[in-house]
Design a protein around this ligand. Structure first.
Ligand code: PEP
Length: 251
């Protein structure tokens, strides 16, 4: 059966010392009161090598927020999937709407990134979601279907390692959350697309996270929906108490 997961996306926040302090605090809090779901923190690249040894691997997984679409070589400023994996990280967020919008990451680029992540034993947390105009035009289903092409080129075995995150762009960092009904409707649609591509068993085993202004006050209602298997959390992942409040939605 699929896993319930709460994953944090720190984005470009926290200097190294602050990041280490947050990881230590989270580790303490979650060691004292064990979560009922998988917990992952995705940090800026420079934090990874410091954060992976200080968290209990059995309680907190660590991931990057991106990786390069090339194996290695003359790509100044890029960080490869192999480099990420060498820090001990086990996950990587790919396809976040900020990367798609500000860094022009296309379906083709993301297809390469997903392949390289998997080739280096990193599990992709693959983000999909529509912008406000697409939602207003009722195009969200076709938008996510087109975005899924980056992971639908994988074998069923490789797809089984992918975590999906539905993040409506209009809800990210805006304080405006999708209603549990809106989330359930599109999560169920996404699962039906996975079933059509890989079969019912793979679809039932795929974790689909919701992201977009998820907070301790709304997490329980969202995660109670049958096709919402947890959350990808931005702002509320930057404080241990808030992140723990969301994790506790599974208690
Ligand atoms: C995100 O960017 O992945 C996200 C969900 O952000 P926030 O929780 O701040 O809306």
């Amino acid at each position: 059966m699929r896993k319930n997961i709460v994953a944090g996306n720190w984005k470009m926040n926290k200097n190294l010392q602050e990041g280490i302090a947050l990881a230590k605090e989270l580790n303490e809090v979650l060691t004292a009161d064990k979560p009922n779901c998988d917990v992952i923190i995705c940090t800026p690249f420079i934090h990874l090598a410091s954060v992976t040894p200080i968290v209990d691997k059995n309680i907190i997984g660590v991931g990057a927020e991106n990786c390069a679409d090339k194996v290695s070589g003359a790509y100044t400023g890029e960080v490869s999937a192999e480099m990420v994996a060498s820090t001990g990280a086990q996950y990587v967020i790919l396809g976040h709407s900020e990367r798609r919008a500000y860094y022009h990451e296309t379906v083709e680029i993301l297809t390469e990134k997903v392949k390289l992540a998997l080739a280096n034993n990193l599990k992709p947390i693959f983000c999909i979601g529509e912008v406000l105009e697409e939602r207003e035009a009722n195009k969200q289903n076709e938008v996510v279907e087109a975005q899924l092409a980056s992971v639908f080129s994988l074998s069923a075995e490789d797809f089984g390692k992918v975590i999906l995150a539905y993040e409506p762009v209009w809800a990210i960092g805006t304080g405006k959350t999708a209603t549990p009904e809106q989330a359930e409707e599109i999560h169920a649609h996404i699962r039906s697309l996975v079933a059509a591509k890989y079969g019912q068993e793979v679809a039932e085993n795929t974790s689909i996270l919701y992201g977009g202004s998820c907070k301790p006050s709304n997490a329980k209602e969202l995660f109670a929906k049958p096709d919402v298997d947890g959350g990808l959390i931005g702002g509320a992942a930057l404080k241990a108490a808030d992140f723990k409040g969301i994790i506790d939605a599974f208690k």
